[in-house]
Design a protein around this ligand. Structure first.
Ligand SMILES: C[S@@+](CC[C@H](N)C(=O)[O-])C[C@H]1O[C@@H](n2cnc3c(N)ncnc32)[C@H](O)[C@@H]1O
Length: 396
């Protein structure tokens, strides 16, 4: 399955491995380009909001996407289970996070075990695990304040959970590994969950449960794969083809906005329009044709005045703007460019889930190579969190 994902993603690489902000005329199938040009703004929005519809509309150009097998052996019920956890144990956990934790609990072993909770934050998951199933939990977290807050809560409720303050990328945690039967991580980012898989396999821990997220948050400039088989496939189909997977490429896997409300979505559209309008102004004023990014900034910039944003951006880039700027004209250019980006994104976004599936399969393959029986499931509904893959592994 991993090979099918890698070869399909490689075959269509020019349709997703690029930055739409920097690409105005992609070298794509002309009938696809024409189809995109003909889409109205309403049609673009409809397709952007419905990934199934989008996949079926674009399937004539990407038939191999349709035949990719599901990687999840199990898909959680739409309604997450409810555990009747008393409110005093869940105080301070956001509603969505609590529902994610409850959905994850349903996938974890119910017989009491000694578990390590990786990158625990305040250890909400560990606390509910030790309350619900009487697991004894060692929560590892880097920030001292979170460890202290989590430890206080565990003591207050007399739960068998204790915290270790450690940087998991530096600290071997040998003593802790020797004392646990398994480890669990909910939404540990890139290198953090990769480190868990490496360390867990090295210490031959019995069980591993990992819900990965933020695949792009890795120190390396490019992603070479985790499993030996994945590394071989990525070398052959990406690196040797001169298109090694960069962090920016990996970021595509986490670009859904299923949790954004209408107001946030509108503000995001305005942000893209303003940034692209400024980009064109920048090119005219500076004579530089290449795309020059601006850093992410507080959202308040985009609910203020366009002119103020432009002045800030020009100052940031060290260029002097003409005394009079035709705001309406530049905003119109920005809007045209935004719709162009939205058209290209419709195609790029077809590859978000396949890319994530490929990265999850690579992790699962790594564990299989290290003697684990591995299962991939979707532990909760996609709308609760799009990062809903769970890798469960047990030493054979
Ligand atoms: C995205 S949060 C997830 C927290 C929790 N598992 C949850 O789902 O709510 C990631 C956590 O990892 C911690 N973290 C980041 N880098 C770390 C490191 N090098 N070692 C240990 N913990 C780290 C952060 O402080 C943060 O609490």
């Amino acid at each position: 399955m991993l090979k099918q994902y890698v070869t399909t993603l490689a075959e269509y690489a020019k349709y997703w491995q690029f930055s739409p902000f920097e690409c105005s005329r992609p070298d794509w199938n002309p009938t696809l380009v024409q189809y995109l040009v003909n889409l109205s703004e309403a049609e673009i929005e409809e397709l952007a909001a419905d990934s199934r519809l989008s996949l079926s509309c674009f399937s004539p150009w990407f038939p191999k996407l349709l035949v990719l097998p599901d990687i999840a052996d199990e898909v959680a019920d739409a309604a997450p289970p409810s555990y009747d956890i008393p409110f005093w144990l869940t105080n301070g956990i956001g509603g969505r996070k609590l529902a994610q934790i409850e959905a994850l609990l349903a996938q974890l072993p119910t017989q009491p075990q000694r578990l390590m909770e990786w990158c625990a934050g305040k250890g909400h998951l560990g606390r509910l695990l030790s309350f619900t199933y009487q697991h004894s939990v060692c929560s590892v977290e880097w920030q001292p304040a979170l460890c202290e807050a989590g430890q206080r809560l565990a003591q207050q409720h007399q739960l068998p959970q204790h915290f270790i303050q450690a940087d998991v990328l530096q600290h071997g945690l040998d003593e802790q590994w020797a004392q646990v039967d398994g480890a669990v991580a909910l939404h540990a980012c890139g290198d953090l969950h990769l480190q868990l898989l490496r360390a867990g396999a090295e210490h031959q821990v019995q069980n591993l449960y990992v819900a990965p997220c933020c695949y792009h948050l890795i120190k390396a400039d490019t992603y070479a794969g985790l499993s030996a088989y994945g590394q071989q496939l990525l070398r052959l189909h990406f690196m040797y083809a001169g298109r090694a997977l960069t962090r920016a490429d990996l970021k595509l896997a986490v670009q859904e906005q299923v949790t954004a409300g209408a107001r946030v979505a509108r503000l995001r559209q305005q942000e893209v329009q303003w940034r692209l309008a400024y980009q064109q102004l920048y090119q005219i004023v500076s004579g530089q044709l290449h795309y020059r990014p601006l850093p992410s900034v507080s959202k308040h910039w985009f609910s203020g005045e366009f002119e103020e944003f432009v002045q800030w951006a020009a100052q940031y880039h060290g260029i002097v703007l003409p005394p009079h700027i035709d705001i309406e004209r530049w905003l119109a250019h920005g809007e045209t460019a935004r719709l162009q980006v939205a058209r290209l994104d419709l195609v790029r976004h077809l590859f978000r889930r396949p890319l994530e599936a490929m990265l999850v399969l690579d992790r699962a393959t790594f564990l299989a190579e290290h003697g684990y029986q591995v299962q991939i499931s979707e532990f909760c509904n996609y709308h609760l969190t799009p990062r809903n893959f769970l890798i469960s592994a047990c030493r054979a």
